[in-house]
Design a protein around this ligand. Structure first.
Ligand code: NAD
Length: 325
């Protein structure tokens, strides 16, 4: 199994880079990593991997990317944190071309297993109005009222995976990730998500001596955050499982954004004056992952505590920022 060709689409991105690293650690010898960015923008490139630059929104590129492949992980998407997805809905929806063309190429090449990275943004917004949210079960995606733009594209692409499985016999697996964070990812530039953004702001306050922080929204909105190692593990377990329906792959450790800031301040050994920007994008009021199904089907759920993962993430971002300075 470790000799078969595994293709990671979006391999130049945050999760893709970590997945490739993990495949190599496990002894996979035939890994191809594909992304449309030039190599100097990839978060990780690994020797011994076939790294290719291709635009996977095009069918010809998808066919080339999947040549000779057995297992495909589709992690390629035009995405980012709330600041990006609220202001770039058309770009998010254009990602539909990537999954559509990859599925067509997967069917043509007789791919054995096809993994699709969906998102908790597919869930019905009505179930996420209260910060004391009831954790989201897989069935809560319907009746559909996904996050505008990004969430609808994910929901549509999930269904496309389902119909390729039902109609063409392609083995597709779908994970609904809940906020993934960790080192070697985006922490500045507008696409970063809350954990990296909070680390950057706290570090910047520490390095500059200006002890203030801007928080998007009132800080009462709640989320759960999954450390990258759990994400990489859960994705591979799901890919090789018999679970045919979309599955939550996320932490169930719920925190408010204020509590997330508390954690980072504690790691940094600093207290900051908090300025709340109520006009900034903040997303739904509350979102958590109900892990009943993943535990019953796979006997596992994400394990890494937020404090531990944030500590590692903070250290990495700190080194990047301190080196730049
Ligand atoms: P990322 O932006 O770091 O990685 C995505 C990669 O896809 C990028 O490197 C990008 O260059 C590449 N890409 C975009 N368009 C492409 C194209 N046309 N052809 C080839 N490559 C292209 O994001 P990530 O955090 O690694 O996310 C990976 C997947 O997981 C995405 O599908 C994302 O929607 C999903 N997801 C992520 C999170 C999270 O918290 N990070 C949460 C839910 C879902």
């Amino acid at each position: 199994m470790k000799n078969e060709k595994v293709v990671v689409c979006g391999g130049g991105g945050f999760i893709g880079g970590h997945l490739v690293a993990d495949l190599l650690r496990q002894g996979y010898t035939n890994v191809r990593s594909v992304d449309h960015k030039s190599f100097d923008h990839w978060y990780q490139t690994h020797p011994g991997v076939e790294n290719i630059v291709l635009d996977l929104s095009l069918i010809d590129a998808c066919e080339k990317a999947l040549e000779g492949a057995s297992v495909v992980y589709n992690l390629a998407a035009d995405m980012g944190g709330m600041g990006f997805i609220e202001n770039n809905k058309a770009l998010c929806m254009l990602t539909v071309l990537i999954n559509t063309h990859l599925l067509m190429a997967a069917k043509k090449h007789g791919i054995k297993r096809y993994f699709y990275a969906s998102s908790a943004c597919v869930y019905n917004g009505d179930k996420q109005r209260d910060p004391n949210v009831t954790a989201l079960k897989e069935e809560d995606a319907y009746p559909a009222m996904a996050e505008d733009g990004y969430g609808w594209e994910k929901l549509f692409s999930e269904r496309m995976c389902r119909h390729f499985r039902e109609d063409f016999g392609l083995t597709t697996r779908v994970a609904r990730y809940h906020n993934v964070y960790g080192p070697i990812g985006t922490y500045e530039g507008g696409r970063e998500k809350a954990p990296a953004a909070v680390c950057r702001k706290v570090i910047s306050a520490k390095l500059s001596g200006k002890h203030e922080i801007e928080i998007w929204g009132a800080g009462t909105q709640t989320r759960s955050f999954m450390y990258i190692d759990d994400c990489v593990k859960g994705s591979q377990m799901l890919t090789h499982s018999d679970v045919i329906e979309p599955l939550n792959v996320g932490s169930s450790e719920l925190v408010s954004i204020n509590q997330l800031v508390d954690i980072v301040e504690d790691i940094a050994g600093i207290k900051l004056k908090r300025n709340y920007n109520l006009n900034a994008p903040k997303g739904v009021n509350g979102r958590n992952s109900d892990n009943t199904l993943i535990k019953s089907l796979m006997g596992w759920e994400p394990q890494i505590k937020l404090r531990d993962g944030m500590e590692r993430t903070y250290r990495w971002i700190y080194d990047q920022m301190a080196n730049k300075k």
